[in-house]
Design a protein around this ligand. Structure first.
Ligand SMILES: NC(=O)c1ccc[n+]([C@@H]2O[C@H](COP(=O)([O-])OP(=O)(O)OC[C@H]3O[C@@H](n4cnc5c(N)ncnc54)[C@H](O)[C@@H]3O)[C@@H](O)[C@H]2O)c1
Ligand SMILES: [Zn+2]
Length: 393
């Protein structure tokens, strides 16, 4: 594939390119979109053995600068100021100047961490995002939010720093663990649900086909797959373009996320983000239906698509609804006895608008009732099953 053959989405200051084999074109893309004397590639211990070499080779051949690499331990718990300071100290020791481009090769953790490094290093150098998870391709790598976690909470120290380029190469999804892939589909389906019913249906069909059988690495370079991912990335880009600093419209990206964040917190992060988003999309829509904001049948349509993608749509029994409610109280979207949600009007369209706001306040008792009704039904315990059988006899 040549660079000019890649699908292209433009944001102010950012070019988003999507194409199979784009990783091998990273050097040429960097030279044209964020040329530098030094490229600092930041990646993690899972991604490095899989995808670092072709990227570095391309940068060395065509980037026109020296290439340095930094591999950090994989995982959210390393998205910290400590990791950030280790990287920046090392870059300073290596003599990296303002003509450095940081290249983030990895999922959202690396994207946020390396993006924040670029945002702060010498008051800001270019970053190129090379997302390697589905979530990062359609969500984290797009829109310029960067940051690290602190003991007080996730993403609390950060900066807006739009990437000079985002290079999306779906071939790298061939090595992504299935749970991570499913989690990415929660966001892909969310993007369809908030703005494009046809994209929603297309993503639902694709996710269901993936569950039916594993896709080979080569199949990830299929044009239809590239288009599906590019379309989802474009939905996020459209929202970001309209509201880069999250003052209004960008809140629609929080659909499903008020409940999701509470489920993550209440489960002590044993529920993966995508799983929590899936539960959140269904339960928030059910609450929206009860409040007369969301069209009847929306929650069921979402649940069918998400379940088809292998995602949970009910609240796990071991999760206490009280704890989820409490966790929502600590959510910054909460106001006095009410909780605010970015609700759908129907699949493909949001409730709300720029004038009155994109979130809707719902009364706490209604939310509690909907969440209680969404707790997964119990498998009958063995003794109950027996007594049931005895009663029938
Ligand atoms: N900046 C934003 O706008 C934004 C938006 C959404 C999420 N985020 C952030 O993104 C992070 C979550 O991102 P994520 O889900 O990509 O998690 P992640 O970066 O931790 O990646 C998930 C796992 O997959 C591994 N991995 C990545 N690519 C792989 C590949 N191609 N093959 C095999 N393994 C691979 C990683 O090493 C990791 O173990 C969170 O920190 C979240 O806060 C940021
Ligand atoms: Zn999310």
């Amino acid at each position: 594939m040549t660079l000019s053959a890649a699908q292209r989405i433009e944001l102010p200051g950012s070019s988003i390119l999507a194409g199979a084999g784009l990783l091998q074109q990273a050097g040429a893309a960097a030279a044209s979109l964020a040329p530098a004397h030094a490229y600092v590639v930041v990646t993690d211990t899972n991604v490095a053995p899989l995808w670092l070499e072709p990227l570095v080779q391309s940068l060395e051949r065509h980037g026109g600068g020296r290439v340095l690499t930094r591999v950090v331990p994989a995982g959210e718990r390393h998205k910290t100021r400590e990791t950030w300071s280790a990287i920046t100290d090392w870059m300073l020791a290596e003599g990296c100047g303002r003509d450095t481009t940081v290249v983030a090769l990895g999922g959202g953790v690396i994207g946020d961490l390396a993006g924040f490094t670029a945002a702060t290093y010498l008051r800001g150098v270019n970053v190129i995002q090379v997302p390697t998870t589905l979530l990062a391709m359609v969500d984290a790598a797009i829109g310029g939010k960067t940051g690290v976690d602190t003991p007080a909470g996730k993403n609390l120290v950060g900066a807006f720093h739009p990437p000079a380029a985002v290079l999306i190469d779906p071939e790298v999804l061939g090595t992504l663990p299935p749970r991570e892939l499913r989690g990415g589909f929660a966001e892909v389906l969310k993007h369809g649900a908030i703005s494009d019913a046809a994209a929603f249906d297309e993503a639902a069909r694709f996710a269901a086909s993936l569950r039916a059988r594993e896709r080979t690495a080569a199949e990830w370079s299929d044009g239809a797959v590239v288009s599906l991912i590019a379309r989802s990335a474009a939905i996020k880009a459209d929202v970001v373009r309209a509201d880069p600093l999250e003052r209004s419209r960008r809140q629609i990206l929080n659909a499903g996320h008020t409940v999701a964040h509470a489920v993550e917190l209440a489960s002590e992060y044993t529920a993966a983000h995508g799983e929590a988003v899936s539960i959140g999309l269904v339960t928030e829509s059910a609450a929206g239906e009860r409040a007369g904001v969301t069209a009847p049948g929306t929650a069921a349509r979402l649940a069918a698509a998400l379940a088809g993608a292998g995602l949970p749509t009910t609240i796990p029994r071991e999760l206490d609804v009280d704890r989820v409610m409490t966790a929502m109280g600590t959510d910054k979207k909460n106001r006095r006895g009410q909780v605010r949600f970015a609700l759908l009007a129907e699949v493909g369209r949001m409730a709300g608008n720029d004038a009155e706001g994109w979130t809707t306040a719902l009364e706490e008792p209604l939310v509690r009732e909907v969440l209680s009704a969404a707790v997964a039904p119990a498998d009958p315990a063995p003794n109950e099953r027996e007594s049931g059988a005895a009663a029938r006899r």
